[in-house]
Design a protein around this ligand. Structure first.
Ligand SMILES: C[S@@+](CC[C@H](N)C(=O)[O-])C[C@H]1O[C@@H](n2cnc3c(N)ncnc32)[C@H](O)[C@@H]1O
Length: 271
């Protein structure tokens, strides 16, 4: 089950989040060697932010294909890429595990997607088969322990983040997959990846909104499963109480989940 659901509010949340994560993801892709003229597959492309970011890196001599199974997200991604003048960024409605075979690509990328795949080793192995020798695979995936460890003194932030993690877990998502990306790449037969962990920090109200937005998207699930803890108080006022807690905090707060960047280059061919 896809825990975040398929609502307009969730699609807007993903686009708002992307505006903050963009610079981190761009750094990962540049380091991985993604650039001018390349062909790239973006899996779990959502409303298109990662594909558009890559579209700008590869330029109009390159091309990007976003794979996304939610038809409304695909429609929104096409609208946004067209409005941005990125004719070389296209989207296809498909499950990642059902993508048609095609010409080899220079890179496969994804952000916050491997965590949702039922068999990420098998998926990664078949995605790697689409990458040409010397091409790359690059992913940004979550890890909660580092961001939870930063904010134990903020009970509302910590309780909210723990609720997100627990709800994702119960839905079958692998909330710590970021920390396991090294083994995952190896088990899929790929070279051991280079890895980095990042936990964006700050004190602005945006840091409260980020967490509350996710809670709004997953509310049907945590209510159904009875996970909402009494200590968080009434849900409707939680967003403003989170903002207050963060405003009063002398220490910085994590933006949300920690992000592990991992990338690996296949042997052979031209880099
Ligand atoms: C958390 S969003 C991330 C979107 C985008 N990668 C980004 O970072 O902005 C995950 C997306 O993956 C899609 N998704 C999840 N499982 C999928 C699957 N098996 N095949 C295709 N898309 C999938 C969801 O519909 C959702 O749009």
């Amino acid at each position: 089950m896809y825990v975040l659901g398929s609502t307009d509010a969730e699609r807007e949340r993903v686009a708002r989040l992307a505006a903050h994560l963009g610079p981190l993801t761009e750094r990962l892709f540049r380091e991985a060697g993604i650039g001018e003229g390349q062909t790239v597959l973006d899996i779990g492309s959502g409303v298109g932010d990662v594909a558009m970011l890559v579209g700008r890196l590869v330029g109009s001599r390159g091309s990007v294909l976003g794979i996304e199974r939610d038809p409304k997200s695909v429609a929104r991604a096409r609208e946004r890429a067209s409005a941005a003048g990125l004719a070389h960024v296209r989207f296809e409605e498909s499950d990642i595990d059902a993508i048609a075979s095609g010409a080899p690509v220079d890179a496969v990328v994804g952000r916050l997607i491997l965590q949702f795949l039922p068999n990420p080793i098998a998926s990664l192995r078949s995605l790697a088969a689409r990458v040409r020798p010397g091409g790359v695979l690059a992913f940004h995936e979550p890890a909660w322990p580092p961001s939870l460890a930063v904010a134990p003194q903020l009970p509302l932030w910590h309780g909210s983040a723990s609720l997100i993690r627990a709800t994702f877990r119960l839905s079958g998502a692998n909330t710590e997959i970021g920390l396991g990306l090294g083994r995952l790449f190896e088990d899929a037969g790929l070279p051991t990846p280079s890895m980095r962990l990042e936990v964006p920090l700050g004190n602005s109200p945006e840091f409260a909104r980020r967490v509350y937005d996710v809670l709004c998207s997953i509310r049907p699930r945590f209510e159904e499963w009875g996970l909402y803890p009494a200590e968080l108080g009434e849900f409707e006022s939680l967003g403003s109480r989170l903002e207050e807690e963060i405003r009063a905090s002398p220490t910085a707060v994590p933006f949300g989940v920690g992000l592990v960047a991992a990338w690996s280059r296949l042997p052979g061919g031209q880099p």
